[in-house]
Write a protein that binds this ligand. Structure first.
Ligand SMILES: Cc1cc2nc3c(=O)[nH]c(=O)nc-3n(C[C@H](O)[C@H](O)[C@H](O)COP(=O)(O)O)c2cc1C
Length: 232
């Protein structure tokens, strides 16, 4: 049993809330895991070349090639992304787009696996977690939990945070906002988020104990068929 964690933040792991939150969930599972940061990888988006339709292996030679094997071997995923413009950031989107390589013909490599989606935003992370859940569903992967929180937007430390009229501190707290260390969002001061992360990790481990991949795959396939029919 192995869980693959992927943090899509381009920021240094030590300052990235996404990285730390994904790690917190992974630790809470009590299962073996590997955590990969996309920070050091160069992964472009899908170019729809269809080079993967015959064997479900992407022909583009970039950072996704080394990540692919880890994705295939994992029983479950904890995937986190920062919210950029009310969506997952481009780095994570490029990586997830490339999971298109697993979606051809009898490609059931990922079908029925489980995931936890993590979203972090300067104001909110829900949009990012919801989007990750949708990406997972396209490969019939069930998202068993979503964990979201506020991260330390760069505006708190850019030097102009108290006066910049488009920055997160001003937008959240208005004129005269004072930035003190205690008010900068940080997991160490977010007991509810840590608790949610621990619950998500434990739930994932629990679900993996009695995991019926085939049953999950069938359930997700039905859900996606409904989603396709309702789309206009
Ligand atoms: C280009 C850019 C766009 C952003 N847009 C949003 C946004 O629309 N909503 C939001 O809540 N936070 C936004 N943020 C703030 C980040 O989500 C926030 O800094 C978060 O902590 C990043 O996660 P990380 O700490 O793991 O890097 C944006 C940040 C950047 C750099």
């Amino acid at each position: 049993m192995k869980i693959l964690g992927i943090s899509g933040s381009p920021r240094n792991n030590a300052v990235s809330t996404t990285y730390r939150l994904v790690e917190h969930i992974l630790k809470a599972t009590g299962l073996p895991y590997e955590l990969v940061s996309l920070r050091g990888l160069k992964i472009n988006g899908c170019i729809a070349c269809l080079g993967c339709v015959h064997d479900n292996v992407c022909v583009i030679n970039d950072g996704m090639a080394e990540l692919r094997q880890k994705i295939v071997e994992a029983d479950a995923f904890v995937i986190g992304a920062p919210n950029y413009y009310s969506a997952i950031n481009a780095t994570t989107a490029s990586m997830l787009e490339r999971w298109f390589q697993f979606r051809h013909r009898t490609a059931d490599t990922l079908w029925g696996k489980l995931a936890v989606a993590v979203g972090v935003g300067g104001t909110e992370g829900v949009a990012a977690a919801d989007q990750i859940e949708r990406y997972m569903a396209y490969n019939f992967i069930e998202t068993v939990a979503k964990v979201t929180t506020r991260g330390a937007a760069s505006c708190y430390r850019c030097g102009y945070g108290e006066t910049c009229k488009v920055g997160v501190p001003y937008m959240l707290f208005g004129e005269g906002v004072k930035i003190t260390e205690d008010e900068i969002p940080d997991l160490s001061r977010q007991p509810h988020t840590r608790q949610a992360a621990e619950q998500a990790g434990k739930l994932l481990a629990e679900r993996l104990k009695t995991h019926n991949k085939q049953a999950v795959a069938e359930k997700m396939q039905k859900e996606m068929a409904e989603h396709f029919k309702q789309s206009v």
